[in-house]
Design a protein around this ligand. Structure first.
Ligand code: PAF
Length: 277
């Protein structure tokens, strides 16, 4: 693939699993602004789904996706075949330690290994100069930055802020499992994060108290089954007293109406971007 793109300038890659929404379109628009050639990959990566997860049910709508990529001025849509991507003899995994271990790494064993493995393959196949990811998957972004640093992958990783519905619900392909009333109910997750943010802004630095502010909001909706609500730093670890760093973040995962959703917000609200040195 890269040979076909040689000499055409700065190449940007937006890796996706399809069922594209405005969060993806925002990544594409940004990539379009800063790159000469824009590649979007659509690949539902079986390696990042656990055996009890929603691989078979994962929403797919290629026709609609192609409309979205066309609207975003994408040059190349890369849709690898699963059997060619993972032939029977495929026997390599990219394991990132540390930042991948808690939170989703604990709840979804093997998930980040699947993500790191497919993203490294995509980066090697496309060889983009820049790759774009959403901050909604904050821990994924940290795992991929770690991989790129550790393995000297020649790509700039750009993270862009989460795009939200007017209710506050973070856009996600998995929202399609919920009807519109349920999606409005699911905005309780972002309200919980905002409560933690506001408590932090009021000067609180005790993690337990910050966490409680979020838990109090989640407790208002009996539909919420919490997986985790954690305040972490750059290393994705919790501390009793949170620091003031721009990478301090509140992350949560919860089940509502049988669907597992994740979301996160920075605690320092001034614009810092997710593109640390
Ligand atoms: O964020 C996603 O959609 C996926 O995890 C990714 C990065 C495309 C890898 O399959």
């Amino acid at each position: 693939m890269r040979a076909a793109l040689a000499g055409r300038g700065r190449v940007g890659l937006v890796p996706t699993m399809g069922y594209l929404h405005d969060g993806h379109a925002t990544l594409m628009r940004r990539a379009r602004e800063v790159c000469d050639v824009l590649v979007v990959s659509i690949f539902v990566n079986p390696l990042q789904f656990g055996p009890a997860e929603d691989l078979a049910a994962y929403p797919r709508d290629l026709e609609r996706d192609l409309g979205v990529v066309e609207g975003a001025g994408v040059d190349v849509v890369f849709m690898p075949d699963v059997g060619i991507t993972y032939p029977p003899a495929f026997d390599t995994r990219v394991v990132v330690s540390g930042v991948s271990e808690g939170l989703d790494g604990e709840s979804r064993p093997g998930h980040f290994t699947g993500v790191a493995t497919v993203v490294l393959k995509l980066l090697n196949l496309v060889r983009p100069d820049v790759a774009f990811f959403g901050e909604k998957d904050w821990q994924q972004l940290m795992v991929l930055r770690q991989m790129v640093r550790d393995l000297n992958v020649p790509v700039d990783v750009v993270g862009l802020p989460t795009v939200r519905a007017p209710s506050g619900l973070a856009l996600s392909s998995r929202n399609s499992y919920l009807d519109s009333a349920q999606q409005v109910r699911a905005a309780v997750l972002s309200r919980a994060l905002l409560a933690v943010q506001a408590t932090y802004a009021s000067g609180e630095r005790q993690a337990a108290k910050l966490r409680q502010a979020g838990l109090d909001v989640l407790a208002q909706d009996p539909e919420v089954t919490l997986d985790y609500l954690s305040i972490v730093g750059r290393d994705m670890r919790e501390r009793a007293v949170v620091d003031n760093g721009p990478m301090t973040r509140v992350l949560l995962a919860a089940h509502l109406f049988g669907v597992r959703l994740i979301d996160n917000m920075p605690l320092v609200t001034e614009k810092h971007g997710a593109n640390p040195a």
